[in-house]
Design a protein around this ligand. Structure first.
Ligand code: SF4
Length: 367
C-alpha cells in the first residue's frame, strides 16, 4: 500500500497506469475484453472528474452501475410523495429528489404550484420541523443505500423518544448486495468485476462481498474516492481477472473494516427488515429493499397515512434503466445533451449529482 501516502501523487499514478496496461495486455493475450462496473455514483463522478477512462486500454470497459440512490428510485415513489403533498402534508427531502420526474411531474413543480415541499440538509431537521406547535404532518423522503439508511434508522428511535406525533418516513431504501447479485447473473449485462462502493462498504463491511465473489466468480475490490484509490482498484481487478482469481480485496482499509460498522448495522436491523424493492428501469429485485418494522409503524408514512407506493411511468424515451445496468453509455441515449440536460432533465440520471448522465454531460462524453 505504498501508493496511499499521497493520494494524488503523479509518479504513483503513472506507476499504477503502467500496471493497468500490463494486466490489460495479459488479458488481451487471452483474447479478452473485460467489463468492470463502478457501482457507486460518487465513484462515477470521481472517475469522470479525473479522466480515468481516458487512461484505460481499449480492452478494458469501465461502466457505471446502479449506485446512485436518486437514480434508482422508481417514478411510483415520486407519485406517492406528490399524492401526500396534494393532501396538505409537508414533504421534506434532500434537494436532489425535488427535480426527479414522477409519472405526472416533479416535487419542484408541485412546490411551484403551492405544495409544501421543503429541502433539508439533515433528516433531523425534518423531525424538528414536525415538532413545531402548528406543524402539519411532516414526511421525510427516506431514499438511499446503507450509508443513508443507518442514520435514518437511528432517527426512528429519536422520533419515538421525542414522542413526535407528526413525523414519518416514506421509505425507498435499497441494499447493494442483492442488486450486484442480480447484475452478476444477468447475461445481457455481462459484468466481469465490480469496483465496490466506499461509503456503503464502511457500513456493511468487506465480508459482505464474499458470497458474491465466490458464488458468481466475480472479483470485488473496494476502493476509496481518490484517483490513486481508483487506479489501484482497477489494476487489482484486472490482475485478478488475468490470474483467474475472484477475491474480495479491500483497498479502502483505512475506512472499511472486515465486519463493517457493527453499531450502524445493529441500528438498521433493529428498525428495518428486508423486502423486495422496485428499481427504476431495472424492475423488482428480491430482498433488495428495507421496510420499517412493525414496532416503528407509527413513523411509517405508508402505514400511517395510507399511501400506496406503486410502479410509476417513466418517460418512454429515457434509457436510465440501461444506463444503470451498465448496458448503455449515457452519451448513446438519443436524448442526451439534446432533449435532456441538467437544466431540463428527462430522467433521474441527469438530475442527481451522482448520476451517470450528469457526470458524462459535465465532464465530456468520454467521461
Ligand atoms: S440522457 Fe436523459 S433521457 Fe437519456 S438516459 Fe440519461 S437521464 Fe434518461
Amino acid at each position: 500500500m505504498k501508493y496511499l501516502d499521497g493520494y494524488r501523487d503523479p509518479d504513483a499514478a503513472r506507476h499504477l497506469i503502467r500496471g493497468i496496461a500490463a494486466a490489460a495486455e495479459r488479458l488481451a493475450r487471452q483474447g479478452r475484453t473485460v467489463r468492470l462496473m463502478e457501482v457507486c455514483g460518487t465513484h462515477t463522478m470521481a472517475i469522470a472528474r479525473h479522466g480515468i477512462r481516458d487512461v484505460l486500454p481499449a480492452n478494458v470497459v469501465l461502466c457505471s452501475g446502479p449506485g446512485c440512490p436518486v437514480c434508482v428510485t422508481d417514478a411510483g415513489y415520486i407519485d406517492a410523495a406528490l399524492a401526500l403533498a396534494g393532501r396538505g402534508v409537508t414533504i421534506a427531502s434532500f434537494g436532489d429528489m425535488l427535480r426527479v420526474p414522477g409519472s405526472q411531474g416533479s416535487l419542484a413543480e408541485a412546490r411551484a404550484q403551492g405544495a409544501r415541499v421543503v429541502v433539508c440538509y439533515s433528516p433531523a431537521e425534518a423531525l424538528t420541523l414536525s415538532m413545531a406547535g402548528d406543524a402539519a404532518e411532516v414526511v421525510f423522503l427516506a431514499v438511499g443505500f446503507e450509508t443513508t439508511v443507518a442514520p435514518l434508522a437511528a432517527l426512528l428511535a429519536a422520533a419515538r423518544a421525542r414522542q413526535a406525533a407528526k413525523f414519518s418516513l416514506l421509505t425507498a431504501f435499497k441494499t447493494v448486495i442483492p442488486a450486484l447479485v442480480a447484475l452478476a447473473q444477468d447475461p445481457e449485462v455481462a459484468i466481469d468485476a465490480f469496483l465496490c462502493p466506499a461509503h456503503v462498504s464502511a457500513v456493511i463491511g468487506a465480508q459482505a462481498y464474499t458470497h458474491l465473489a465466490e458464488q458468481y466468480r466475480v472479483p470485488c475490490t473496494i476502493a476509496g474516492f481518490e484517483p490513486l484509490d481508483i487506479l489501484f482498484a482497477i489494476q487489482n481487478l484486472l490482475e485478478q481477472l488475468a490470474d483467474g482469481r475472484a477475491e474480495v480485496v479491500n483497498q479502502y482499509a483505512r475506512v472499511v473494516k472486515e465486519e463493517g460498522n457493527r453499531r450502524a448495522r445493529h441500528a438498521i436491523d433493529e428498525a428495518l427488515e428486508p423486502v423486495d424493492a422496485a428499481w427504476r428501469g431495472i424492475g423488482v429485485i428480491p430482498g433488495s429493499g428495507l421496510a420499517i418494522r412493525a414496532h416503528f409503524q407509527a413513523y411509517d408514512a405508508a402505514h400511517k397515512l395510507g399511501v400506496v407506493v406503486g410502479r410509476g411511468q417513466a418517460d418512454a424515451g429515457c434509457r436510465c434503466g440501461d444506463v444503470l445496468k451498465g448496458k448503455l453509455p449515457p452519451a448513446e441515449c438519443p436524448r442526451f445533451g439534446r432533449a435532456c440536460t441538467p437544466d431540463h432533465p428527462v430522467g433521474p440520471c441527469m438530475v442527481s449529482g451522482e448520476g451517470s448522465c450528469a457526470a458524462y454531460y459535465r465532464y465530456g462524453r468520454g467521461a
